[in-house]
Design a protein around this ligand. Structure first.
Ligand code: ZN
Length: 662
């Protein structure tokens, strides 16, 4: 479960109903049933110290991938249908690696040998360059670059927020200047203030770039640079580099830049006052003739990460071309760092619930369906993703490099954190992504061990005491009075976007379902351990998923894709406008590629099409999704803007009128 995205979809946690459900006897389904002991075995291994938290790209993650591959192999799953497909690593025939789809991943950034920050002041004590890691350090997403003797200027918090009528740059162009900004926002430490989304240095870097600055240096918030969050040299894989050199400097360095006495507390007080709380004109805090020289040299350490993919071919000559994807991510946070909620890093984050539980469920589903006497009619594809915690990287890679046609992929069913059920409550997301889902899910949720009355023609109530599930699935009008006889207390969410891998499939207009038992006090902490998993309830959830997969497979008609109501409201994302684009979230620096546009949306009316690459929006250059989001934040509903796209190699300009976000 991805923490940043979870924030965006905070409604998920609010939607958990306060109702208390009645736990009923376990469903008696004919055939193979999920085994709590096997679930425990899988989780215990995946969440063990040996795998060290399964951080994407680490050896622990490789061990997990090999374990899943071996299980797929043991269950007789195929690597591919027919011929070998590109993207799968072809090693010896019986290697478990044959199930692995590799994708590139930046496991970390390192400092190169040429980093330099020099203050050219003429003062003797400035002759030596600033000390790397103590006085300053580049940020992980900085572009490499070299700037010689450039003047610098203080730009307050370095924030441009049109809807808040706040502009640190006051529209001024900074051609050739180095912008120096305070960390944080005018809100101070208020956690959910109106500026919250501008705190990220990513946004400050875009604002600086848009203002024409040659580089951005942010002043550390911590007194000691080494203690500052920004000094950690991390890299997020979702959006490429910043497009200009970006670094963080210590408060001591800031004092050297801005105050003749070089007193740190005086400097910070002066700068904070100059930045003000209500916006600012650029403060002319600068010494005549003093310049900065800056060289940033960062090496990105690229490794391969892997998705594990196993295929159970369908039995029906026609329907086998249709694919149902079952997914769960196997990566976690390693020993902390980015995404961790632990007070300190260095401890193994076991990730038993997040998401060894989902992988165990996936393996049980693979065992159930591959062991059934009558094979599913459609092809089932079992996918264990990596890179989820870093931004849904593995699933995103898959949907952009699919091993089987996405057009034939009729549904994606995702399990992420299904091991900590409380009070029989289960959350299912994606209900709005196909009109078929609600009835199908509610019907599957009826307990077969409870008497169910089915209304038949003629009006006589008939007692059905077994296999209520198949009565439902065969399409009868049936169904139980619904207040009791429910397996789970369900919370059904419409949205197809959410904080896990189903989002990637939904962006490709594939109906999705997402199973989740909710967050808890051990979420993203070392204490998410195997002994805390509720294996009995997890087995019941896996049985429900199996039943839903069965029902989808039994239906002759595939689920119909629909645009779901979004839980990520304008309020949550901070945007006032709606365009109706479906962006491709893969790593890119040459514009924002569109996977599609919503019917009748402003984007559709403007003439935007799938495959267009947005390179300019409302006067802003767009290199990646961050730039795009930034430009979106500046737009007003009902006003006409120009949008520039690359289509089939041609640059073209279109007119776009955003709608107000409801
Ligand atoms: Zn997570």
């Amino acid at each position: 479960m991805n923490r940043k995205l979870l924030h965006r979809f905070a409604l998920y946690s609010l939607l958990i109903t306060a109702l208390c459900g009645l736990a009923l006897a376990q469903q008696t389904t004919p055939g193979i049933t999920p085994d709590p002991d096997l679930l425990r075995q899988h989780v215990t291994y995946l969440a063990s110290d040996k795998l060290a938290g399964r951080r994407t790209g680490s050896s622990g993650a490789s061990l997990a991938a090999d374990y899943i591959s071996r299980e797929f192999s043991r269950l007789g799953l195929r690597r591919s249908i027919g011929v070998d497909l590109p993207g799968m690593s072809i090693l010896e025939a019986d290697s478990p690696r044959r199930y692995q789809q590799e994708f590139p991943y930046v496991a970390g950034v390192e400092l190169g040998t040429n980093n330099l920050l020099n203050l050219n002041s003429g003062r003797a004590e400035d002759r030596a360059p600033a000390r790397l890691s103590e006085d300053w350090i580049p940020l992980g997403f900085s572009a490499n670059g070299k700037i010689r003797k450039a003047p610098y200027v203080f730009v307050g918090y370095g924030i441009t927020a049109a809807e808040l009528k706040y502009d640190s740059y006051a529209g001024r162009a900074l051609k050739g200047l180095v912008a120096i900004a305070l960390a944080g926002t005018p809100d101070g430490d208020k956690p959910h203030g109106q500026f919250a989304r501008y705190e990220e240095v990513r946004w400050k870097a875009i604002a600086a770039r848009n203002a024409g600055a040659s580089a951005l240096l942010v002043i550390a918030r911590a007194e000691n640079l080494k203690d500052d969050r920004l000094a950690r040299l991390t890299y997020d894989n979702s959006a490429g580099d910043a497009g200009l050199p970006v670094g963080v400097i210590s408060q001591q360095t800031a004092a050297r830049l801005f105050t003749p006495s070089r007193d740190v507390s005086e400097t910070m007080k002066t700068l904070t006052e100059a930045a003000g709380s209500t916006g600012l004109r650029i403060a002319s805090l600068q010494f005549k003739g003093v310049t900065l020289s800056l060289t940033i040299d960062i090496k990105r350490h690229e490794v391969t990460a892997t998705n594990v993919v196993g295929i159970l071919p369908g039995s029906d000559p026609q329907l086998k071309d249709e694919i149902i994807v079952l997914g769960a991510h196997y990566d976690h946070l390693g020993e902390g760092g980015e995404g961790s909620l632990a007070p300190r890093s260095g401890d193994i984050h076991h990730g038993a619930d997040d998401n060894a539980s989902g992988v165990a469920g996936l393996l049980e589903l693979a065992r159930i369906f591959s062991g059934q006497e009558s094979r599913p009619r459609r092809t089932l594809v079992f996918m264990a993703f990596s890179g989820e915690e870093e931004g849904l990287l593995g699933s995103n890679y898959y949907v952009n490099h699919p091993l089987m046609p996405l057009a034939n992929t009729i549904a994606m069913i995702n399990m992420d954190m299904i091991g900590r059920m409380k009070e029989n409550k289960l959350i299912i997301g994606g209900i709005g992504t196909a009109p078929d889902w609600r009835a199908l899910v509610e019907n599957a949720n009826v307990s077969g061990s409870v008497k169910v009355s089915a209304a038949v023609a003629g009006g006589n109530g008939v007692e059905v005491t077994q296999a209520a599930h198949s009565v439902v699935a065969s399409g009868g009008p049936a169904l139980a009075s619904s207040d009791y006889g429910k397996q789970f207390q369900l919370t059904l969410n419409e949205d197809g976007f959410g904080p896990s891998d189903h989002s990637s499939f939904y962006t490709k207009q594939i109906p999705v379902l997402f199973f989740w038992t909710g967050t808890h006090e051990d979420y993203h902490k070392p204490s998410d351990t195997a002994d805390k998993i509720n294996y009995g309830d997890e087995a019941r959830i896996v049985a429900l998923v199996a039943r839903i997969v069965n029902d989808v497979d039994k239906s002759d008609k595939r689920p119909t894709y629909a645009v779901a109501k979004s839980d990520a409201t304008g309020r949550a994302t901070g945007f006032r406008v709606y365009l109706g684009t479906i962006p491709n979230y893969s790593d890119s620096n040459d514009g924002l590629l569109l996977d599609g546009v919503r019917d009748d949306s402003p984007a559709a009316k403007a003439g935007l099409k799938a495959g267009d690459r947005i390179v300019k929006l409302a006067g802003r250059d767009v290199r990646n999704v961050y730039d795009y989001t930034y430009a979106l934040g500046e737009m007003k509903a009902g006003q006409e803007y120009e949008i520039e796209v690359l289509r089939a190699g041609e640059r073209m300009k279109l007119k776009l009128i955003p709608a107000a976000r409801k």
